[in-house]
Ligand binder design. Structure first.
Ligand code: ADE
Ligand code: ZN
Length: 335
């Protein structure tokens, strides 16, 4: 295929940084609000979209938490996830790891089991009806106390087989990785894989990346582009083949740009960087739009686009058979 855009659209894809609550499109938000009798601060879908006025992480998070208040019952979580799975499959996503924020719901009185059972049922249907493989990553909200994260971890144990790993998200200011060292140590002992957000251009981003690597022992880092401030750490993640899940359009909303140039430098350095969508309903870009943003900004060719997908699957927590299947498809594109 001659045109690179068509090539990107048709590639098999893998998504590793996707908050399921961040896929809540205004149309579904209104339907669920009505069904559950939840009041929203806008009257129409257009008004809701026009109200998205994000300029940094904190201002985004206000709208994100307010939006998820419409999710109450197990069918709500099913519908949320299945709607995303349909969109992802239509974009050629064959494997996705999905973050969910249980404390965004349990803190409002929704039971942990309600959330996870709805998501699980959608995952099973997506596998059967769309051929899409997915796994769940449970994130702790870093602006809550570590004790609440620990209680959430314990609450997850009956569902241990449904959850591949744990992450850390929400407002990073004043909430460093080290605050959750005991929680992540226990999570590892329970067999969970570990990742953490190191959001872009935060206070002491590089220090947080260092803590993730040396104090927590993460298996992957979400965002993490500030690692370029310390070449020794860049070298370390390259050698250890630790992935960085980068979200260009999200970066454009909450920082001063897409950070595509930084992504390009990391790609050239041989770091396992991947391109992901973060909160696509809010940033109005799913994975294909994120990939095309980077392709255009850096004028990447087919080989580099394939490398980005290979990085994603190699830094994923996919079962070996899925990993092999996607790598084989990518290898066939090269020949
Ligand atoms: N929660 C949802 N999206 C997030 C992001 N990009 N950073 C931190 N917390 C989040
Ligand atoms: Zn994120």
């Amino acid at each position: 295929m001659a045109d690179i855009e068509g090539f990107v659209r048709s590639m098999p894809k893998c998504e590793l940084h996707l908050h399921i609550e961040g896929t809540l499109e205004p149309e579904l938000k209104f339907r669920l609000a009505e069904r559950n009798g939840v009041a929203l601060p806008y009257r129409t879908v257009d008004e809701a979209r026009a109200g998205y006025d994000f300029h940094d992480l904190s201002s985004f998070l206000v709208g994100y938490y307010q939006g998820m208040s419409v999710l109450v019952t197990e069918p709500d979580f099913y519908e949320l996830a299945y709607a995303y799975f349909e969109k992802a499959a239509a974009q050629g996503v064959e494997y996705a790891e999905i973050f969910f924020d249980p404390q965004g719901h349990t803190s409002r009185g929704v039971e942990f089991g309600t959330v996870v059972r709805g998501l699980r049922r959608a995952q099973l249907d997506a596998r059967r009806m769309l051929g899409l493989h997915t796994q769940l990553i449970m994130c702790f909200l870093r602006d809550f106390q570590a004790e609440y994260a620990m209680a959430t971890l314990l609450e997850s144990l009956p569902y241990r087989d449904w959850i591949i790993g744990v992450g850390l998200d929400s407002d990073e200011r004043g909430n460093p990785p080290a605050k959750f060292a005991a929680v992540f140590a226990r999570a590892r002992a329970e067999g969970y894989l570990l990742t953490m957000h190191c959001d872009v251009d935060q206070e002491n981003s590089i220090g947080h990346i260092r803590q993730c690597l040396h104090e927590i022992g993460v298996d992957r880092i979400d965002h993490g582009v500030n690692i370029l401030e310390d070449p020794a750490l860049v070298d370390e993640v390259r050698r250890r083949r630790l992935g960085l899940t980068i979200c260009p359009v999200s970066n454009r909303f909450v920082t001063d740009g897409t950070k595509a140039a930084e992504l390009g430098r990391l790609l050239d350095a041989g770091v396992l960087v991947s391109v992901n969508s973060d909160d696509p309903a809010y940033f109005t870009a799913y994975v294909t739009e994120n990939l095309l943003t980077v392709q255009r900004e850096l004028n990447l060719g087919r080989d580099q686009m394939i490398t980005l997908q290979r990085n994603a699957i190699e830094s994923s927590w996919a079962p070996p058979a899925i990993r092999r299947q996607i790598l084989d498809k990518l290898a066939a594109l090269n020949s």
